[in-house]
Design a protein around this ligand. Structure first.
Ligand SMILES: [Zn+2]
Length: 240
């Protein structure tokens, strides 16, 4: 089984939005790597700022939380400390992401959708993830490793999906690993208000999953789901 690469703008994003996919991959013996471009130190750490912590203290807190969450999911994690609010796009940062693509050689990529009027760091991370993927595919690009193949890219669910043009076209059944996702969420007390929100969302996506799977598959009553959008066409030799 190939590896999973998750490119996350801030320290918590990969947990709320994709922890189920990560836990599923690692539970099946696959390698999963989370690349956190920033710690979310300025934009997504309001509780710590209100407690009077310094910028460096907040980065340390968020790093430790995200590392604990990744460990709970059985995933590797790397932080690029690129600075958030704003997360600035640069050729240097894209180049660092290319190096990660070449090293991980993912068979699946998860990242942010390209639209988010509430948070410009998220689309910036998504754009850089896509640009780096294309560069990593080029044999002439100067980075170690083999040229990347064509791993499918899935956008994970933003916090306000309707405003981000997010219309799920993949519903992932994360029921067997939901307890692991909840444990990973609980590694992030800086954003405790999100735990129940994303538990409720998983229930709603699970209800929709069951509706789309049909009534005869024997899915358990408490199905939990995560929603994704696919960027590139699915390649298949059968439509069923
Ligand atoms: Zn974020």
């Amino acid at each position: 089984m190939g590896s999973l690469l998750v490119i996350s703008a801030h320290a918590g994003d990969f947990v709320w939005r994709a922890a189920g996919a990560i836990a599923l991959a690692t539970s099946r013996g696959a390698r999963a790597k989370v690349l956190c471009l920033t710690f979310g130190e300025r934009g997504e750490s309001a509780k710590a700022w209100r407690e009077g912590k310094t910028l460096e203290e907040i980065k340390d807190i968020r790093r430790a939380e995200a590392a604990a969450a990744a460990e709970a999911l059985g995933a590797e994690i790397e932080f690029l400390d690129a600075g958030d609010y704003p997360l600035l796009e640069s050729p240097e940062l894209v180049d660092r992401i290319v190096h990660v693509y070449r090293e991980v050689d993912p068979s699946v990529v998860l990242t942010h959708p390209l639209e988010d009027p509430y948070n410009q760091d998220h689309p910036a991370a998504g754009r850089m993830a896509l640009q780096a993927r294309v560069l990593a595919q080029a044999i002439g690009y100067d980075a170690p490793g083999e040229p990347l193949g064509a791993p499918p890219v899935f956008f994970f669910e933003p916090h306000q999906p309707e405003q981000c043009g997010f219309k799920p076209d993949v519903l992932l059944d994360i029921t067997p690993v939901f307890d692991t996702k909840r444990k990973a969420m609980e590694c992030l007390p800086a954003q405790q208000h999100m735990w129940d929100y994303y538990t409720d969302l998983a229930k709603r996506r699970g209800v929709q999953l069951k509706r789309n799977a049909g009534p005869n598959l024997g899915l358990p009553h408490t199905t939990m789901g995560e929603a994704y959008m696919r960027l590139y066409p699915q390649v298949t030799d059968t439509l069923a």
